[in-house]
Unconditional design. Structure first.
Length: 220
């Protein structure tokens, strides 16, 4: 009888140890996934326009924020970065895009016509550390700039949440969210992205509009 009791105690102890280890593993892995960070990736080409001491040139994609010249999508990316504490990554080609309007229009039109995939200068940081990626870009000729196709074709966002945003000249997303869904079928692409007209990008309301929009993702 005593032998049986001892065996029972031994099994109980062993199982308790196993359960404790299992619970600790679950706890640690949950804590690790809760630690995953936010990445903000953006493409933006600020145009070289005289700002005459004001914060923005009418209808142009350039702003002066805290003494720095920034593009309109760059500005929204920075607001998202400040408000989420995420990491920021600029999508850049190894060459300079024209910084005046008409040459840029022509350059972008040629890229589109020839279905070019401009190279990306710096690789993305390791995506393993992120579960949410905000992606911002202008609309060029009714679609994403061609370098955004390179971006979505070169990187694998499976299992990540992609949250698009754009500052545009009137076309809003112009069907680009659907394109991202097709290029990243295993990502959760949020369809309630933020589209801001460049005509009001310098409005004082933009920072609070961005934070209200961000709250829709953090307050579930
Ligand atoms: C080459 C080019 C093509 C554009 N085509 C469109 C367009 O088709 N639809 C639209 O709404 N805006 C269009 N725009 C306006 C840009 O989307 C807008 O200026 C945007 O804010 C620029 O963003 P950025 O300053 O971050 O580069 C175009 C701008 C450029 C330079």
């Amino acid at each position: 009888m005593r032998l049986i009791l001892n065996k029972l105690k031994f099994h109980l102890k062993n199982n308790l140890a196993r359960i404790t280890i299992l619970l600790m593993t679950v706890f640690v892995s949950t804590a690790q996934s809760a630690e995953k960070k936010v990445l903000i990736a953006y493409f933006s080409v600020p145009e070289n326009v005289a700002l005459n001491g004001v914060d923005a040139a009418t209808g142009a994609s350039v702003l002066l924020k805290n003494g720095n010249v920034v593009g309109s999508n760059q500005y929204v990316a920075q607001l998202i970065q400040q408000q989420t504490g995420g990491d920021i990554y600029r999508i850049e080609a190894p060459f300079e895009y024209p910084d005046t309007h008409d040459p840029l229009l022509e350059f972008a039109q040629k890229e589109k016509r020839t279905n070019t995939r401009p190279a990306i200068k710096t690789p993305l940081p390791d995506l393993e550390q992120y579960d949410t990626v905000y992606v911002g870009y202008p609309i060029w000729w009714y679609q994403m700039p061609m370098i955004m196709y390179t971006f979505f074709e070169q990187n694998n966002f499976s299992g990540k949440t992609i949250i698009p945003f754009t500052v545009h000249g009137g076309s809003r997303f112009s069907g680009s969210i659907k394109v991202i869904q097709n290029l990243q079928p295993n990502a959760d692409v949020v369809t309630t992205g933020l589209a801001i007209s460049r005509n009001r990008i310098d409005s004082e309301q933009i920072p609070s509009q961005v934070s209200q929009w961000l709250n829709t993702f953090t307050k579930q």
